[in-house]
Design a protein around this ligand. Sequence first.
Ligand SMILES: CC(C)(COP(=O)(O)OP(=O)(O)OC[C@H]1O[C@@H](n2cnc3c(N)ncnc32)[C@H](O)[C@@H]1OP(=O)(O)O)[C@@H](O)C(=O)NCCC(=O)NCCS
Length: 163
Amino acid sequence: MEHAVISGEEITLRPAQKSDCEILLEWRNDPETRKYSFSSHKISAEEHSRWFDGVLVSKKRVLMMIMVGEERVGQVRFDIMDDDSEAEINVTIAPAWRGKGLGSIALRKACERFFNERESLRCLRARIKKFNKASINAFHDASFKEAGSDSQIVLMVLRRHEI
Ligand SMILES: CC(C)(COP(=O)(O)OP(=O)(O)OC[C@H]1O[C@@H](n2cnc3c(N)ncnc32)[C@H](O)[C@@H]1OP(=O)(O)O)[C@@H](O)C(=O)NCCC(=O)NCCS
């Protein structure tokens, strides 16, 4: 299904809940998502369900659903490091909604909210496969800066004072 380009005001975030389990697995197993993931195998429903139950109760992981109205259009997840000063961010936009500016806007909103909610947080980082141009551009649009790379991965970071 095709969707029109949408504006920032239409995009909201809400915490993930148990009923999001199935759609998150669908997005995770989408071929393009797998191509750009660091563990690219197809995930079984059991493996996903165990992982997701763990995320919902974890104090070190925050998973938010990206919404346009009542429709779930993506997810953004923060994995908080041990000392709470850094977190790694991961984002997926639902296949039908990619390439419409949603990723950039949702990342910006999610990062602002996460920094505002967590005083101890100093820095967010994203590890992205070098050939994932859409993702590098989306993080760049959300004010992330390249902080290093190797032959396969680009590290992008956003510090608190840069948002
Ligand atoms: C990566 C992803 C989150 C980006 O979200 P999106 O809503 O599709 O991206 P946007 O529409 O906000 O576009 C962001 C930028 O990438 C560019 N872009 C979008 N799709 C692109 C593509 N297929 N190839 C190259 N550039 C692309 C846009 O033009 C824009 O760049 P600009 O600001 O220079 O114009 C989304 O495509 C996705 O979920 N992909 C699969 C999973 C994934 O790769 N997750 C990230 C892992 S690090």
